[in-house]
Design a protein around this ligand. Structure first.
Ligand SMILES: Nc1ncnc2c1ncn2[C@@H]1O[C@H](COP(=O)(O)OP(=O)(O)OP(=O)(O)O)[C@@H](O)[C@H]1O
Length: 358
């Protein structure tokens, strides 16, 4: 990165920098003599815009990391499209692929594992700068290295010659972010970037990412199981359950007035979102479903206290519920929008609809 100002080509305002449409990934199940697959991601749409953070929230195993890896082109999708500035992305190797990888960088959960312990910070960052900006030489390379460390709020003279084991977890994650910035990316895919860090330093990393969003105009996909951090950090929140998006909208709305019974369960179980198996006050209970044989219809229906036969048999589409929010739940579908025979099967969510116009 050669200066403080964002100089990637500005997309037209209504074209997302990076977009996924109907993204689907099925992993073959190894060892079985069948065509069984893990339905990790099914028909997911995501749009990332310059200077915006989108949070992807859900329990472990809901498919969040698979989406990040598909967008980073570490996996090939089973179906669906990925578009960069509105252009379909198809390359898996060669120059076009390398150009895509420069624009779309990933930050991993584990800053301990993602930095090579035998190299200094200078080596790691200089190597990344050389790969992504090969014209930088001599003093210009030194200046870029210094700018990168300043950008992630690490004093160059203090940290540049240190090894990863001499840094704290938060400092290591800052170096990992600096390495991604060396490519001058337009998109950062941050997969649980704070979950392995001490609680006391998490906010500092989120504030750094916010600063990159605001000052460099970077689009950020923030993957987390912690819906409270999505409220703090993300402009938009998408809630995933068993490979599908069940609700999305402005983070403030989704986190303060959750509409989908699963989002309500997530919000109620914060700050311990992994502890969802016990009976919840809404009556939702049980475990996430098998992803090899996911339930027909709404995948949340086996756990949902409001589920009817319609929920158990037919997948609900994402329907608008006002203020730009969409929810995939039969409880929000207007009776006039379904066949007369199905009207009696629409679930009545009662108190679950609080805060959302019917
Ligand atoms: N390479 C793979 N081969 C087979 N199955 C996989 C593979 N990667 C992920 N899965 C399965 O796909 C589903 C979604 O996994 P994924 O890691 O995307 O979920 P996640 O929401 O990111 O969970 P976590 O927060 O635990 O990382 C899980 O059932 C997982 O076991």
């Amino acid at each position: 990165m050669s200066s403080d100002t964002y100089h990637a080509p500005a997309p037209p305002p209504d074209v997302p920098v990076l977009e996924a449409r109907g993204l689907t990934k099925h992993f073959p199940v190894k060892g079985l003599r069948s065509h069984a697959v893990v339905h990790a991601v099914d028909g997911v749409d995501v749009s990332l815009r310059s200077g915006q953070v989108v949070a992807l929230v859900g329990e472990s195993g809901s498919g969040k990391s698979t989406i990040a890896r598909l967008l980073a082109r570490l996996y090939t999708q089973t179906s669906g499209e990925i578009l960069l500035h509105g252009e379909p992305v198809t390359a898996h190797r060669g120059r076009a692929f390398r150009r895509y990888c420069r624009r779309v960088q990933m930050i991993f959960q584990d800053p301990f594992g993602s930095l090579n312990p035998v190299h200094t910070i200078r080596y790691t960052l200089t190597r990344s700068l050389r790969i992504h900006q090969p014209k930088l030489r001599g003093q210009a390379l030194e200046d870029a290295l210094e700018a990168l460390l300043n950008r992630v709020q690490l004093q160059p003279e203090r940290y540049v010659d240190k090894y990863p084991h001499e840094l704290s977890g938060g400092q290591r994650q800052r170096v990992a972010i600096a390495r991604a910035l060396a490519a001058d990316p337009e998109v950062l895919l941050a997969d649980e970037p704070i979950s392995m860090l001490d609680v006391s330093i998490r906010i500092g990393i989120l504030n750094l990412l916010k600063d990159l969003r605001d000052r460099l105009g970077i689009a950020i996909l923030y993957i987390t199981h912690d819906i409270a951090s999505a409220r703090y950090f993300a402009d938009e929140t998408r809630v995933m359950y068993a490979g599908r998006i069940v609700e999305h909208g402005e983070s403030e709305l989704v986190t303060q007035e959750p509409a989908h019974p699963y989002t309500q369960l997530l919000v109620r179980s914060a700050p311990d979102p992994e502890n969802l198996a016990a009976q919840d006050r809404t009556g939702a209970n049980g475990e996430p479903p098998s992803m090899v044989r996911p339930p027909e219809g709404c995948r949340f229906s086996p756990r949902c206290p409001f589920a009817t036969d319609l929920c158990r048999s037919t997948v609900p589409a994402l329907v608008p519920v006002g203020d730009g929010r969409k929810v995939a739940c039969w409880g929000y579908v207007e009776a006039s929008d379904v066949e007369p025979a199905e009207r009696d099967l629409l679930p009545v969510l009662g108190a679950a609809r609080v805060g959302v116009s019917a």
